[in-house]
Design a protein around this ligand. Structure first.
Ligand code: IPE
Ligand code: IPE
Ligand code: MG
Length: 231
């Protein structure tokens, strides 16, 4: 099948994968059923972005605040994410994808953390798309973490660059386009520093229904954006 053509693509696309619970509710299914289908969408999006030649992709999979959900949902999500990423790792390897985990992984159960870090390590030599997965991630917590690292260095005055080298995203370009599904118009603590000049795309489509045609719509919308960066 011919691959969709674009006049320009974002170097870095980020996605707030929202709406799994509502997708399940509409079908009278448990929330976890929505997360399961959401995982398939994630895989479809990674494959599509990698095939399009996008260099950086970041997804918001589990926020710092998501730890406050019911324990049964949190446990189900943890298992789903860890097994999902582990099973998808050989395929990511074939696609030359590098994996980068962002967030406070110390809150993960030891076995799951070790497994996720092993996947990251296995893909660390790859040179194709960099896939960042935000897990146990919060933009505010990331900034506080960076400030604490600078205090440890003994800094009494800091620059933008000092903060940037202590963000989980150190070394990655800022996102050009941030997509949020499910009709919510907020950023929910996602990439607060990095999104300073990002373009946003909001859609009512729920994450489990966000297939590649929906991604193409967002990318075509981005083609028409005129970015000024204050100039
Ligand atoms: C996104 O879907 C997945 C996570 C936040 C982990 P939600 O679980 O937030 O689904 P809704 O927003 O309740 O529909
Ligand atoms: C944001 O979605 C986090 C993820 C998609 C992982 P939430 O569903 O947690 O955000 P709020 O609570 O609607 O702002
Ligand atoms: Mg939600």
């Amino acid at each position: 099948m011919a691959i969709e053509q674009f006049a320009k693509l974002p170097t870095h696309v980020a996605m707030i994968m929202d709406g799994n619970g509502r997708w399940a509710k509409k079908r009278l299914l448990p929330r976890t059923a929505g997360h399961k289908v959401g995982l398939d969408t994630f895989v479809e999006m990674v494959d599509t972005c990698s095939d399009l030649g996008i260099k950086y992709m970041t997804v918001y999979a589990f926020s710092y605040e998501n730890w406050n959900r019911e324990k049964t949902e949190v446990d189900a999500l943890m298992t789903l994410m860890e097994t999902g990423i582990r099973r998808y790792t050989p395929e990511m390897h074939r696609k030359n994808i590098r994996l980068h985990l962002m967030g406070d992984l110390s809150l993960f159960e030891e076995g799951k953390r070790a497994s996720l870090l092993a996947c990251q390590e296995e893909l660390s030599g790859n040179t194709g798309m960099t896939l960042s997965i935000c897990l146990s991630y919060g933009g505010r917590q990331e900034l506080v973490h960076a400030c604490n690292e600078l205090i440890k260095e003994g800094k009494t005055e800091i620059t933008d660059a000092d903060i940037e080298r202590h963000l989980y995203s150190a070394g990655l370009p800022d996102p050009d386009l941030i997509i949020r599904t499910s009709g919510e118009y907020r950023i929910s603590n996602f990439l607060l520093w990095q999104s300073a000049y990002a373009e946003y795309y909001f859609t009512d489509v729920l994450w489990p229904d966000f297939h590649k045609e929906e991604l193409y719509k967002a990318l075509h919308d981005f083609e028409g954006r005129k970015r000024r960066f204050g100039k």
